[in-house]
Write a protein that binds this ligand. Structure first.
Ligand code: PAF
Length: 253
């Protein structure tokens, strides 16, 4: 039976009583509004772990745009229904619980976090890394599962766990896509049916263009606002805007 816990004190009591086990805890951190991509993370965690913990926390510090935070969908009942049978514990704390210091202490990475998404969303990765560090300390998982769609987040979380000697394995999980190639994201719900269909061209263009500059031109010609297209570390990364919604994606080169 899945148990939902909202206070850190209660979670600490539960965590202290979980026995050491061969495969330990598999942890899936999320901001809720769960979709099939999150389900895939939970399914993998469940197969590889003795206990699966899902966190649902809309992290205010990673939103550089307050309007984005205000409209972020909070769908706890639906999220709990999706997680039932997959997670053993759902940890859903409040911002006051996670930030007793009012965010005086934070993690800043000074290179990769300043580029690409970081350049377009100042402070975003400070918020992501800080909350992930806090959650990893609280949950103490053996493994934590992250989607490859957020490539930069995944690299930064891996690098942070190495830099701070955290005893956790960061597991990268393949991007789940709609039939037209659109990567699943909570933001897709903001798109009209037409934009959702058109956004299928995003990954297609990233995949089939000979270089990043051509991909950017083709995306612009297809009607998207292009924030960047960048080839690095064996992947092509892109960020576009459609109907005022920002989408990111990446494909292997
Ligand atoms: O990818 C997300 O949903 C968030 O950035 C994360 C990792 C849960 C941190 O708030």
């Amino acid at each position: 039976m899945m148990r939902t816990i909202t206070s850190i004190a209660e979670w600490r009591r539960v965590r202290a009583e979980l026995p050491a086990s061969p495969r330990g805890i598999g942890f899936v951190p999320t901001m809720g509004n769960l979709h099939a991509g999150h389900r895939a993370l939970l399914e993998r965690a469940r197969v590889e772990s003795d206990v699966t913990v899902l966190s649902i926390f809309v992290n205010p510090t990673q939103f550089n745009d307050p309007r984005d935070l205000a409209v972020y969908p909070r769908t706890l009942p639906e999220d709990l229904a999706l997680a039932a049978g997959l997670a053993d514990y759902v940890f859903a704390p409040t911002p006051a619980e996670i930030y007793p210091d009012e965010y005086r202490f934070r993690v800043t990475e000074t290179k990769l976090a300043q580029e690409l998404e970081g350049a377009h969303r100042p402070g975003h990765f400070d918020g992501v890394l800080t909350v992930v560090l806090r959650l990893l300390h609280l949950v103490q998982p053996r493994r934590a599962y992250f989607g490859e769609k957020d490539w930069q987040q995944l690299q930064l979380v891996k690098d942070m766990t190495a830099a701070f000697f955290l005893p956790v394995e960061i597991v990268a999980c393949a991007t789940v896509r709609e039939a037209n190639g659109l990567a699943l994201s909570s933001r897709n719900a903001r798109l009209s049916a037409g934009a959702r269909a058109a956004a299928g061209a995003f990954s297609e263009i990233l995949r089939t263009s000979p270089d990043a500059a051509t991909a950017a031109q083709r995306l612009t010609a297809a009607g998207f606002g292009v924030d960047y297209v960048d080839d690095r570390a064996g992947v092509r990364l892109g960020a576009i805007r459609i109907e005022g919604t920002r989408l990111i994606d990446n494909v292997p080169l």
